[in-house]
Ligand binder design. Structure first.
Ligand code: GTP
Ligand code: NAG
Ligand code: NAG
Length: 605
């Protein structure tokens, strides 16, 4: 059924274009057109407008347009062959009849080329009417296969590396292993390439893009309504202080947590930020205020969290000291959008947090201008991979040292995959770090790459000058540009990279796999338990492995990126390693207050 429908629609679309162009040029039969013929240009304009409407098209239409443009081109260059019959031939005949006025033809050609560009931008495989919706199970299974392909290669590659160490003194064996590693990673890349094509086929890509826009606008509208109550004097409020004693990433996550609690308790968030350690003038010196109408923290009753439902103003402590933790803290997502979100996205919690960042980090015009200027002077251009190298105070205390070569191995793998399709692309890397020597080292060691980044920014990020205006601008810029890359290579132990990853989710329908972390999996500081569930039994093969029954819940501590993850089996309380490929994510779905009232309102009210 679906196939017949899709096919009929394709043909219908192609016929429609021919018809439109035909109508524009032939009806009523064109008299001798001149460059000032208003009817012809009007009709052309209308046809192009209709073409724009029809931009979710397919190869048939593009072929028609292509042929048409080619014929117009040949006409323009004096080669007036062809013509006769209906359709395109008729159109060409129509122009010939008019003597092929060069100005008109040139105009026509320009417009058609524009239409063709519009069509090319439309999803290559958008062959289905947009009301097609895949099932939750289909999308989840597709992503399981994606992850399975990745996990099985991580497993095999790591096992082969271990084997290689054991046979180091036999060069014929090690070179054979090296060859398997090389060809194996090529197999994996091709598989992944095809998987990503599959994820776009049959209208899935178009559906996903529309669904991401729809879901985001639901959430943004709810936040906007929450933050702009009708009567600020009577509104229930949550007050949050931007004075957490930590870095920018940690402080932004603090504000996100405040806004999540505000959303979860249906209170308007009021942010106190005067005297912020990064900028004494406060939040609004760089970002837009959280509300257009309600930024006053006063009220008739006031108490500390949790207070009571009736208390008008509540002060919220930092997440680390929060008592009576509500169920809706990260990694929870709201029940009312959970099914749609789990179908759309491979990491619903990161998407959800990303939506809060989208609401919060609206730039002041001068911040925007600074970023625009930087984008231009740096020559920021996609495709581009983002690397974040967290060094200085973090190394040795909270995270291990990772050499630039480690990051670059993953960048290289990413570009080798892209080159399957485009062998001549420029390999660009946006490099952010709090260590200014990293960028010069990278440029020297990897001359075939174009590194984009500013070592002056890294200088301001040094511990001595970290809490200054200049440093704030630098970290805002680094996070911004990292989030705009196509793929992130970094350490998720750093909040800087996790924020970039979260923001990135707002720029793509599902960017949950657009990263490679050298250490942690994605997490949110102060989060509730992160669990996975076994889909298949597992009998331990080594003493440090967990035994699993189907449906066992495992609290995940980390992925070792070698086929194994580490965690605790909640049934047996056993700690240890378990095979990642046998697991699925348990999404934490929490009851948030209802926002159906907001959803029903027309936007802008
Ligand atoms: N401009 C810039 N600043 C950075 C970079 N990496 C770290 N910093 C600075 O160092 C701070 C690190 O603190 P956080 O943002 O909390 O991130 P974190 O890496 O989790 O670090 P800790 O809080 O120390 O665990 C950032 O906020 C920046 O001020 C970078 O790549 N670029
Ligand atoms: C809390 O108060 C609000 C407004 O006063 C009211 O609409 C809501 O029903 C109350 N919720 C509970 C759980 O009492
Ligand atoms: C951006 O560049 C323009 C033109 O070079 C300049 O006038 C302006 O001051 C710059 N803005 C910022 C915020 O740096």
């Amino acid at each position: 059924m679906r196939w017949v429908g899709g096919w009929a629609w394709r043909v219908g679309g192609a016929v429609g274009v021919v018809w439109l162009v035909g109508v524009a040029l032939l009806a009523p039969p064109a008299p001798s057109p001149s460059s000032s013929d208003p009817h012809l240009s009007q009709r052309l304009h209308r046809a192009v407008q209709e073409l724009d409407v029809l931009k979710k098209q397919n190869d048939d239409i593009r072929q028609v347009l292509h042929d048409f443009t080619m014929q117009v081109k040949s006409l323009n260059s004096g080669d007036q062959g062809g013509g006769g019959g209906g359709g395109i031939g008729g159109v060409v005949a129509g122009i010939q009849q008019g003597g092929g006025n060069p100005a008109v033809v040139a105009e026509l050609q320009k417009k058609l080329e524009h239409a063709q560009r519009m069509l090319q931008q439309a999803d290559v495989t958008a062959e289905r009417p947009p009301d097609f919706v895949p099932s939750l199970e289909f999308e989840q299974t597709r992503r399981l296969v994606d992850r399975g392909v990745q996990e099985s290669w991580w497993f095999l590659a790591d096992q082969l590396q271990q084997l290689r160490k054991k046979v180091e003194s036999y060069p014929d064996l090690t070179s054979h292993i090296d060859q398997i590693l090389e060809e194996g990673s090529d197999h994996t890349r091709v598989l992944q390439f095809d998987m990503s094509r599959l994820s776009q086929l049959d209208g899935l890509g178009t559906w996903r893009e529309q669904e991401a826009l729809d879901l985001s606008s639901v959430v943004q509208k709810r936040l906007h309504t929450l933050q702009n109550p009708q009567d600020c004097e009577k509104a229930r409020k949550l007050v949050c202080n931007l004075n957490k004693g930590c870095g920018y990433g940690c402080q932004i996550h603090h504000v996100v947590y405040c806004l999540i609690v505000a959303y979860g308790s249906k209170r308007t968030l009021v942010l106190k930020s005067r005297g912020w350690r990064y900028n004494k003038a406060g939040w609004e010196d760089v970002f837009q205020p959280l509300s257009d109408t309600c930024t006053d923290p006063s009220g008739y009753s006031h108490s500390h969290w949790p207070g009571s439902n009736e208390t008008q103003v509540l002060d919220l402590p930092i997440i680390d000291t929060l008592s009576q933790r509500p169920p809706y803290l990260p990694l929870a997502i709201p029940r009312d959008i959970s099914e749609r979100l789990m179908r759309l996205h491979g990491d619903p919690a990161a998407w959800w947090v990303g939506q809060f960042l989208k609401y919060l980090l609206k730039l002041q015009p001068k911040t925007q201008e600074m970023l625009d200027n930087m984008s231009e002077s740096l020559g920021f251009q996609r495709p581009i991979v983002g690397i974040h190298v967290r060094r200085t105070d973090k190394v040795g205390t909270e995270a291990a040292y990772h050499s630039i070569n480690e990051y670059m191995a993953h960048v290289e793998n990413y570009y080798t995959k892209l080159q399957l399709n485009n062998p001549t692309l420029t390999k660009r890397v946006y490099l952010a770090s709090d260590d200014p020597t990293v960028i010069t080292e990278a440029q020297k060691k990897f001359p075939e790459y174009t590194f984009i980044g500013d070592s002056n920014i890294a200088k301001t990020a040094s511990v001595a000058t970290r809490y200054t205006d200049a440093s704030l601008k630098g970290i805002i810029a680094d996070v911004h540009f990292l989030s705009l890359t196509d793929y992130l290579v970094c350490t998720f132990s750093s909040q800087v990279c996790r924020i970039a990853y979260e923001i990135m989710q707002g720029y793509h329908p599902d960017a949950s796999s657009y990263f490679r972390s050298l250490d942690d999996i994605y997490y949110y500081g102060g989060q509730n338990a992160h669990n996975q569930k076994a889909r298949f039994p597992h009998v331990p093969r080594r003493p440090d492995e967990l035994a699993l029954n189907p449906r066992d819940v495992v609290g995940i501590a980390g992925n070792h990126w070698d086929g194994y993850s580490k965690g605790v089996n909640r049934r047996t309380n056993q700690n240890g390693l378990y095979p990642s490929y046998k697991m699925e994510e348990v999404v934490d779905i929490a009851d948030f207050p209802s926002y159906t009232h907001t959803d029903k309102r027309k936007s802008g009210t």
